[in-house]
Design a protein around this ligand. Structure first.
Ligand SMILES: N[C@@H](CCC(=O)N[C@@H](CS)C(=O)NCC(=O)O)C(=O)O
Length: 265
């Protein structure tokens, strides 16, 4: 199997965690490196990671990849057995992928080692992000009623959430133990999982490899603004800031349409 991957992408991390948990071997390509862009566009018109190629099957989008892996390699399962818990797992995967991701992405641009922006966030952006992340954490705290994981046993919900919740620590917004005791316990339980330990070590060594000497292999100016990330900005009134980014040539908006002559998967 081949994974079009990137160590720092929360979506690629989710898929990697599922592959590792299921004990599946794969070849990883750091597909967000600019040198790999053409190859990535060849398998995904949106030029986004992750993409999984398993023999003659190509699957785009992390939730679809996880669903494919579960169908094709069912044991150990990453979806619970009961319909109610499966719905809960899917819901938290979606909240992680759409809402957590958007907020963490939109308020973290100024901390990316790739971009090193000289400007500052527009007034109110970080505060709006902190406010909305707190709302999400309150919801997650209530949802963690089965212990130790979101659906009782480890599931895709935990693998989807962990990259975002751990990124909050890097942003100085780690959920505090007193306000969010269940999340703190969940976080500790997650960090004891061998696949999580391995993933954290992988990110650390990749960051050293990519950023500690010479130019970074990644895009350093433009930011990819796909739907959910843009939606959070717009619903919080930061459209003028975004339009200025667009005018300054710092915006990429992906398209799902295949390039002329290329078939969709
Ligand atoms: N819905 C997609 C989102 C994937 C996504 O947004 N990937 C980002 C990285 S986190 C990406 O590849 N962006 C293109 C780029 O940064 O060049 C999924 O779940 O796989």
């Amino acid at each position: 199997m081949r994974l079009y991957d990137n160590a720092f992408s929360p979506f690629a991390r989710k898929v990697r965690l599922v592959l590792d948990y299921k004990g599946l071997a794969f070849e990883s390509i750091d597909a967000l490196a600019l040198a790999q862009h053409r190859g990535l566009s060849g398998v995904n018109a949106r030029a986004e990671v992750p993409v999984l190629v398993d023999d003659d099957v190509t699957v785009v989008d992390s939730a679809d990849i996880v669903a494919y892996l579960e169908d094709r390699y069912p044991k150990p399962a990453v979806f619970p057995a009961s319909p109610a818990l499966r719905a809960k797992a899917r819901r938290w995967q979606r909240v992680a992928d759409t809402v957590f991701d958007s907020i963490v992405h939109d308020i973290s641009l100024w901390m990316w080692p790739t971009h090193q922006r000289p400007d500052r966030p527009p007034p109110g952006l970080i505060e709006a992000g902190q406010r909305d992340l707190t709302l999400l954490l309150e919801e997650l705290e209530n949802a963690l009623d089965l212990e130790p994981f979101v659906c009782g046993d480890l599931s895709v919900a935990d693998f989807a959430l962990f990259p975002h919740v751990s990124a909050m620590k890097t942003l100085g917004l780690a959920p505090d133990e007193r306000s969010f005791p269940r999340i703190a316990a969940w976080n500790r339980a997650m960090r004891q999982q061998p696949v999580i330990r391995e993933n954290l070590a992988h990110i650390k060594s990749t960051a050293i490899e990519k950023f500690s000497g010479g130019p970074s292999p990644y895009e350093g100016t433009k930011v990819v603004w796909r739907g959910d990330r843009l939606e959070w900005l717009l619903c919080n009134g930061f459209h003028e800031w975004w339009l200025a980014e667009l005018a300054a040539g710092r915006v990429i908006v992906p398209s799902s349409l295949p390039a002329r002559g290329q078939a969709a998967h």
